[in-house]
Design a protein around this ligand. Sequence first.
Ligand SMILES: [Fe+2]
Ligand SMILES: [Fe+2]
Length: 204
Amino acid sequence: MNENLSEHTRNILGLQLPTDPRWVNLAEMQLEDILTDHAYCEQKAATTCISLIQKNPDKELMVEELSPIVTEEWGHFRMVLAELKKRNLRLGKQRKDVYVNKLIDFQKKGGSPMERFLDQMLIMALIEARSCERFKRLSEGLDDAYMRGFYRKFMESEAGHYTLFITLAEHYIDKKTVRQRWAEWLEYEKELMNSQEVRGDRIH
Ligand SMILES: [Fe+2]
Ligand SMILES: [Fe+2]
């Protein structure tokens, strides 16, 4: 794996720890699991955006910006489903998402509604950033040229989503507060990535 590219990724996304290069090779051997896990990630992205709209009807810009993202994420889910079908694979059961659950642990439980909203935007930004980095890895490291192209499309979309959630946070909350909390999230995610076993059956 080209380390200049991982440096590049880190600079774009702010992530503190590039994915272990062994992950792509493991994922390549477990493509059915990866596709299933990926399908559920897209499904959760769509449902989380719907729930953010339901909980924050007063935040007009957010509602306006997230509405098309719901459609896009659902479209991603359908793209992954189609890929499974093409390969005569089934959408398996949803696994426990340890990565996302550990991120949820870091969300502020008390605090003001604005602090909770900030964490909701930042957790989404982080999941999009890490997903984008993982899709980038797949789009560069897989042997199959078709699959490299397949993941490249996702990588580009998720990069846009990552920036959107940060922009939305900064629209409602002052930039300094957003930046400070984002730095805390990045540090927490680094520790989380470090503590997780490298496994090829899931996106995160
Ligand atoms: Fe997506
Ligand atoms: Fe996304």
